[in-house]
Design a protein around this ligand. Sequence first.
Ligand code: AMO
Length: 460
Amino acid sequence: MRILAKDMLAAAQKRHQEEVEAAGWIHRIRDMGGIRFVILRDRSGLLQLVLSEAGTSTEASAEGSPLGADLTLESVVVARGIPALNEKAPGGVELRLRSLECLSKAAGDLPFQVNGDVSKIGLESILDNRSLSLRNPKIRSIFKIQSTIIEAFAAYLRQQDFIEIKTSKLVGSGTEGGTNLFAVDYFDRKVYLAQSPQLYKQTMVAAGLERVFEIGAVYRAEKHDTPRHLNEYVSLDVELGFIESEKELIELEKNLLAYIFAQVIEKNAADIALWNAVIPDPASVARAPTVSYEECLKIVNAEAVRGGKSAASASARIFDITPEAERLLCEWSLREHGSDLAFVNEFPRRHRPFYTYPLSSGSGTGEAAALTMSFDAIFRGLEITSGSRRQHDYNALAEALPKFGLRPEDMAGYLAVFKYGCPPHGGFAIGCERLTQKLLGLPNVKEASLFPRDRKRVEP
Ligand code: AMO
C-alpha cells in the first residue's frame, strides 16, 4: 500500500515493523560514511530513505542492480521498507529500505538544480522548464495556494447563493474598450478572444439568475511587457442584481477576501512558510479604507512629499492612479488604517468602460454626473480588482455606446438584454494571478501563472 510522505510518521507509530511503500521523485542523495540517505519527494512532502550501505546493500533492486547504486536525481521510484522514527529526519521519520524500484530514470543533465534555491534560478529558466521547475516545492507551493484561492472564492460565493457559470471566450466585440483585443479567424469572419465575461455575466443577472460568478481565462493583447501584465489571465468574476451602489460591492469583496485569506491561512501553512509570506488577517481587511479618486490623488501626492519626493512641483505631481500612486496609497493605508488593502471609488467617466453607472442619475450636467459608481481594490501596491454598478437602462446605454466609439448595431444582442427588464446590478473581477502574486510577494505576475503568455512567450 502506498503511503504519502506526510503520513509516514503516523505509519511508523501505528504499523510496527510492517513493510510499506512510498513513491515519488529522487530529491536529494547524500552519502554519509557507509550509509546513503536518499530524500524522496512526493506531492505531500519529503521522506528520508535509508540505504544501509551506499550502493553495496545485499538486497537488490527490481532490475537486479545494487540497491540505489545508479540513482539519478529526479528519477521516479517506488521504495519499500520499514518506517522508523528518527528525530533528525524530515518529519521525524525515515523509511529503512528493503527494495527500490526505478519506474523512470531521469537523464543526468538537469538544466538547473531542481532541489536548490529558487532565487538562483532565473525567471526565464523557470518558465522554459515548467515541468522541472514545478518540482521545486517552493515553486509548486505558489499553485497550491492559488488552488485554495480559487476554491475559497467559489465556496464563499456559493454560501451567498451565487451560482457558477461558464461563458464563451469567443466574442463578436470587445467589452473593456481600447485596442487590446486578439482577433481570431472564425470561418469566414473575425471574432475576438474575450477580454472579460462582462456582458455575459450581466446577461445572467437580467436572465433572472441574479447572482453569478465565473472563474475563467480572459485575454488582453497588452503590447507592453511589465511585471503586472499577462496576455492571458484567470479572471475571478462576480455579478449580482438589486444593488444601489458600488459600496455594496466593496463590502462583498471585503468579506470575500477575508474568507479567502482565512482559508489560505488554514490550508496552506507550510506553503506560506516557504515564502515567509504574511497573509492579512480578516480584521485588517475589514479596516481597508475607501477613498474617492479625487481624495486618492490628494493622498498620494501628500505621500510623495512625505517620502521626500517633491510632488509639490507641478512636473512631479501625480495626476492619475499610476503604479507609483498605487504603491503610495497602500503605504498610506497601512500606516493610517493598519491595512495593506485600499479601495478607490468614484472614478471619472473617462477612466471607465461604457457600461459603468453614473454617480448622479441626473441629465449629465454638473461634476457628479462625470463621476461613476465604480471602484478598484489596491492590494500591496497593485490593482487587483475593478468593479462597478452597471448602466441597466436601455436608452441610456444606447446613448452611451457611440461616445465610447462603439456602434449600437454591433452591440444589438447586448442592448436587447436591457430591453425587457433588468434589475439594477453590478459586479467586479479579481485578477487571480495578481492576487496570488501579492499574497506571496512575488516580483513578477508571470510567476503566478503556470504557463504565462506574453508578447514573446507562447511555449510551453
Ligand atoms: P479590468 O479590466 O480592470 O476590469 O480587470 C479586472 C482585474 O483583472 C486583472 N487584470 C490583469 N491581470 C493580469 N494581466 C493583465 N493584463 C490584466 N488586466 C487586468 C486586474 C484587474 O483589476 N469587466 C471588468 C471587471 C468588472 O467591472 O466586473 C474588468 O475586466 O487584477
